[in-house]
Design a protein around this ligand. Structure first.
Ligand SMILES: Nc1ncnc2c1ncn2[C@@H]1O[C@H](COP(=O)(O)OP(=O)(O)OP(=O)(O)O)[C@@H](O)[C@H]1O
Length: 673
């Protein structure tokens, strides 16, 4: 161990002289960047301090690269020992990064690029590294993860779904293994002992949802233990309940958030909630939901109720309330107040209007499962709050999972703010810079690309109506398909992907369709989407995080062509789809199609303007090029609204927590102690 440390002291001393050089003199030129990409921006973009560390990492790498596997592991243990004895991690960074780079090259033939080392440093320094799609974020993550794992307090790598968590852990396992780090994965079906084991590893991969629910379950367990008379301290020390259950998590030390925009922003509008066991009150609530779902049809818009398109809210009119009183009700509802019944009906009407099967949710094995609109994927385990979820269940005639008497809840924001250190990475963070800073105190730092991006953005095409748009899309697919180029088409909903699939069938174009049901199969299909002549239709963000490799000969044809059939509520989501092509300097092209009856105009501009636009576009076949600005404006309005929704949620959560604290209660547990 000692020998290892000694061999490394010399370059460190040397570095302290050399690392000052860039600050005094000219900025360093990059070698591993044959195409001479974005590094000219380095000094301007505040990356200079990271760039200055690169030579030292190189030198450590040079020194260590010939060590045997055993000695590498020994060396890693040495670093661990130093971190545990209190040596500052930033001092260990160059050596740690060099070790990870060597392990990457040796085990997977992937030696971290300099831009990846910079990305790793950004994340280590508590910021979000914005790296272009396809730049290798999965590999980059190993750098700060390893470094923060050294003190042995546990690192949580959070991502958007179980599949990606397991895949990334498995992919990167050889690197960690070579350096003597243990890796665990949290999967939704796991038992408590399995979870505890995974959390006891140096590095734990999982979803934010699993990390959040485990935190809440632990919290409930600790309270239960305390109720058994041990007192908080006793409970923590004993760490066990009467049944011998123990908390599964350790401390919240460092979390690295992959797809940070999705995890920290898109998913942050609904809190994670654990429900309490149902009692009599819940039975009544179920009956109310069922009654409302059945009766909702009798209410007419503008007569019995008003619908506010801005707030997306329903309000019963006087005649609506009268109708509520007149409609027959089951006996169980006798004790329910009228005001509550109004609420149930309003909710049932809202759910019927705003929540659609196949778009917002799907029914799977008798359960309502949310489809994450931003990813087009199943959002496992999530539920809408304020009775919306139960109202949908009642509408669909599946089991109503009782109005959640909440036992424990936490927002995504609170969960990640609990970590002592937080870092993240994403391809598309800049548009949320302000929010990351304000809510999470995280800066967003753009990372240069390894190669010059070759992706071509073809001009938008706007049509008067959906029909004209779909026809043009099919024409474009036919044209590009005839050249042998692969095409990936993103749609906003499952229904629309099925619609397009029908049109392609009519046109005799062979294709594959992805839906939100099987993420693993989906990733597999998307990964083949780069083969010559392939046409793949997928909900907008299907295959997010999936690497599309170009098949043979596709490079010469111009790479993958991505067609975006409709703008999403958030520009980030559109960019993620676009990011499936032109990866790692590959060629590729993308085009955005729009029509005046697209949903994003309704949500962004309101029904009055939307109706006018529809009327204007109804019989037009020609393109309307000047209109694409209107779509972007509408999108910005929606993004602002979502941001303010998240701020409102945070405000209420803050108030709620404050109240709990003032009453001496655990802020994460809803029912009184
Ligand atoms: N240092 C490296 N050397 C060689 N290949 C690399 C290196 N880093 C990444 N790659 C390859 O680049 C491709 C893209 O990697 P990856 O899928 O992790 O990108 P990403 O940034 O996560 O993309 P997305 O934003 O779309 O999720 C993969 O095929 C990966 O193997």
């Amino acid at each position: 161990m000692d020998t290892n440390q000694q061999t490394l002291e010399a370059p460190q001393a040397e570095e302290s002289k050399k690392s000052e050089a860039p600050q005094r003199g000219a900025p360093r030129k990059f070698r591993a960047n044959p195409l001479g990409s974005a590094f000219s921006q380095v000094t301007r973009s505040g990356l200079a301090r990271f760039v200055a560390k690169l030579p030292l990492i190189d030198r450590f790498e040079e020194q260590l690269k010939d060590l045997s596997e055993r000695d590498l592991r020994k060396h890693s243990l040495g670093l661990r020992h130093r971190a545990k004895s209190g040596e500052a991690l930033h001092k260990l960074l160059p050596e740690a990064f060099a070790l990870v780079r060597i392990a990457g090259a040796r085990t997977m033939g992937m030696r971290h690029y300099e831009v990846q080392l910079i990305g790793g440093m950004i994340m280590f320094n508590g910021a979000i590294a914005e790296m272009e799609t396809g730049e290798g974020k999965t590999l980059t993550a190993t750098l700060p993860t390893y470094l923060y794992a050294l003190p042995g307090k546990g690192v949580h790598v959070a991502t958007v779904n179980d599949y990606l968590a397991a895949r990334d852990a498995e992919l990167m396992m050889p690197i960690y293994k070579m350096l003597g780090m243990s890796v665990g994965v949290i999967e939704s079906q796991m038992s408590s002992p399995e979870r505890r084991k995974a959390y006891s590893c140096d590095i734990t991969y999982g979803t934010s949802k699993e990390f959040g629910f485990d935190f809440l379950r632990d919290r409930l367990l600790i309270r239960q233990t305390r109720e058994q008379g041990l007192g908080v301290l006793g409970a923590m020390l004993a760490g066990k309940s009467e049944k011998g259950e123990e908390p599964v998590q350790r401390e919240h030390y460092f979390s690295l958030v992959d797809e940070a925009d999705s995890v920290l922003i898109d998913d942050a509008r609904t809190p994670l909630v654990i429900s309490a066991i149902p009692g009599e009150a819940e039975k009544v609530a179920v009956a109310c939901h069922r009654w409302a779902a059945k009766s909702e049809e009798e209410f007419e818009e503008d007569h019995h109720f008003e619908y506010d398109h801005d707030k997306k809210s329903v309000e019963l009119s006087v005649s609506g309330r009268l109708l509520v009183r007149q409609i027959p009700k089951p006996k169980l509802l006798d004790a329910v107040g009228l005001v509550d019944l109004y609420d149930y009906i309003e909710r049932a009407i809202k759910v019927k209007r705003d929540f659609h099967s196949g778009q917002h949710y799907v029914i799977r094995e008798g359960e309502v499962v949310i489809v994450d609109e931003s990813t087009g994927r199943i959002a496992e385990g999530r539920k809408w709050s304020n009775g919306i979820h139960q109202a949908i269940e009642a509408k669909e005639g599946v089991e109503v999972t009782v109005a959640t008497g909440q036992a424990a809840r936490i927002t995504v924001q609170d969960l990640f703010l609990r970590y002592r250190h937080l870092g993240g990475m994403t391809g598309t963070a800049s548009s949320s810079k302000g929010e990351f800073k304000k809510i999470y105190k995280l800066n967003v730092i753009k990372c240069p690309t390894n190669r010059i991006p070759q992706r071509k953005l073809w001009p938008d095409r706007v049509f008067g109506n959906g029909e004209a748009k779909w026809t043009a899309i099919v024409d474009e697919i036919r044209e590009i398909h005839s050249q042998g180029r692969p095409i990936l088409v993103g749609t906003r909903t499952i229904e629309k992907s099925e619609h397009l699939s029908g049109l392609l069938e009519q046109a005799g174009i062979e294709h594959e369709v992805l839906n939100a049901h099987q993420v693993a199969a989906e990733a597999d299909i998307v990964s083949r989407a780069g083969h010559p002549g392939k046409v793949t239709v997928a909900t907008n963000m299907a295959g997010r995080g999936t690497d599309i490799k170009l098949g043979e000969g596709v490079h010469a044809l111009g790479g993958l062509h991505v067609i975006c059939t409709e703008m999403h509520d958030s520009a980030r989501i559109d960019r993620q789809l676009v990011g499936r092509c032109g990866r790692q300097g590959d060629p590729g092209s993308t085009r955005q199609f729009m029509a005046l009856d697209d949903d994003c105009l309704l949500v962004g501009l309101g029904p009055t303007r939307y109706k006018k636009l529809i009327a204007y576009g109804e019989n037009r076949l020609a393109e309307l090029p000047g209109y694409s600005k209107l779509f972007r404006k509408s999108q910005r309005k929606i993004e602002k609204k979502h941001f303010s929704d998240r701020k409102v949620l945070l405000y209420h959560e803050k108030q709620r927590k404050k109240m709990h604290r003032e009453m001496g209660q655990d802020p994460y547990l809803d029912s009184p102690d």
